[in-house]
Each structure stands twice: as C-alpha cells, then as structure tokens.
Design a protein around this ligand. Structure first.
Ligand code: GLP
Length: 242
C-alpha cells in the first residue's frame, strides 16, 4: 500500500520525512536505516542534524546501510557517496563509525563484496526504514531500467542519462564512473518500511507515472515499490503537479 503526502515545498517535504525518521529512532534506538544520496535527502539530513543538536536525538545505537557507491572512487574523493554522507550527515551526529555501512567502491573482488554487503544487512536484522530518492528515468538506488533487475546487491552499469544527470556532482561528465555497486530491487523490497522522496518539476513525470500505473516493469524500476506493503511517498507540489 502506498501512502502519499503532498507538501508545499522542499522544506516541508524534508520536515515531513524527518518526522517519520525522528519518531522511528526514538521508538527504536537501535534501528537499522537504509540511506540514500543525491540532492533530494539533503534537507532531511539537515533536519536530523538539527534534531540531534537541539533536541539531543541519539544516534549512538543506530546502524546505517547506504544504497550505492561508484566503483573506483575512494572514500575521500569529493564526489564519492561516502564523502557525501560524511559531509551531509555522519560528521554532524553521534553515530559510531563502525555502525556505518557504505558499499566499498574500491573492493578488490567486487562480486564477492556485493554478496558480503547483502549478508551484512541480513545479519544486522534487515532494514527497518529504507529512504529512497528516484531518478528521472525511474531508477531507485542505481537499479537502472533494463530487461531484468538484480534481486541482491550487484555491479551496475550506469545509463548515459544517469551519467549526464549526475555529472553536476563532478568536475566534468568524463569524470563520472560508468559503473557502481548498488543494492538490488530485492534488497530494497526486504526493508520493513520504505520512504520515497521526490521534489521539483524534473521528477513530476516519474511521480505521475508511479501514481497512475497498476503494472510493474523492469523498464520502470520504481514501479516495484507497488509490491511492498508499507511505502510512504512524500513529494512537494512541483513534483506532484509538474
Ligand atoms: C542518484 C542515486 C539515487 C538517487 C537518484 C536521484 O543517481 N544513485 O540513489 O535517488 O539518483 O538523485 P537526486 O536526489 O539528486 O535527484
């Protein structure tokens, strides 16, 4: 079942999402969170940092697993997702380093590492709340539209569209890695609860399609969320109305 909240703007969307996460962390201090990168969740992360600093929201028992990472970028590369997460969230809250998991883009044997990452999530007890953004082409994490989609964490090839769209986080489009490690559609659907955020006009076509379809398609990966029993979609008016 998909619950949808339409909020006035980006700030209101971020606050609504933060309410859900803050409540959940208070209720279950050792919660397992699935986290996302991209422009969309930055406002939510700001709210979580605010709640930590002003209200003492405690992250000391929280565990996190990130959705994806570019292959070949070191954690200190300014465009890596690990760097992003440190800057936008982890450096500003009291989460222990050992509770943070982000796929290792420099792993020697990536295929083996992907299996290990999936096992680590299962061993931790599974994700309680998975945060998601959505790509303009309907990708979630880096599960790009394709003939088939991976169930578990895997190596993915990015589409030209995604490379182009994500080049804004790099010096040039040539610098964007062409492959990534990504949690699979199955890894995402195993989460107990999913929160999907989208804001801005660029996301309006994908949100419209998601909210009007009753079919799942590997060509539209976000549609697989229709199979999950507890999905909350939070969008701003621009993403809802176009
Ligand atoms: C990126 C990430 C996704 C993210 C999406 C949307 O490529 N791999 O996890 O949800 O694209 O990004 P943004 O929030 O910047 O629009």
């Amino acid at each position: 079942m998909m619950k949808i909240f339409v909020e006035k703007d980006y700030e209101a969307m971020s606050k609504k999402a933060a309410e859900i996460f803050i409540e959940a962390i208070k209720e279950k201090p050792n919660i397992i969170l699935g986290l996302a990168t991209g422009s969309t969740p930055i406002g939510l992360y700001k709210e979580l940092i605010r709640a930590h600093k002003e209200e003492g929201l405690d992250f000391s028992k929280v565990t996190t697993f990130n959705l994806d990472e570019y292959i070949g970028l070191s954690p200190d590369h300014p465009s890596s997702y690990e760097y992003f997460m440190r800057e936008e969230l982890f450096n500003h809250i009291n989460i222990p380093r050992e509770n943070i998991h982000i796929p290792d883009g420099l792993a020697e044997n990536i295929e083996e590492y992907c299996k290990k990452y999936e096992e680590m999530i299962d061993k931790a007890g599974g994700i309680d709340i998975q945060l998601l953004g959505v790509g303009e082409n309907g990708h979630i994490a880096f599960n790009e539209p394709d003939e088939s989609l991976s169930l578990g964490t895997t190596i993915v090839e990015l589409t030209e569209n995604t490379i182009e769209v994500n080049s804004r986080f790099f010096q040039s489009v040539e610098e964007v890695p062409r492959t990534a490690i990504s949690m699979g559609i199955g890894s995402i659907l195993k989460a107990k609860k999913i929160v999907l955020l989208a804001n801005g006009k660029r996301k309006a076509p994908v949100i419209k399609k998601l909210l009007s379809t009753d079919r799942v398609s590997t060509k539209f990966p976000v549609s697989f969320l229709l199979l999950h029993p507890d999905v909350t979609v939070i969008v701003d008016e621009e993403a809802y109305n176009g």
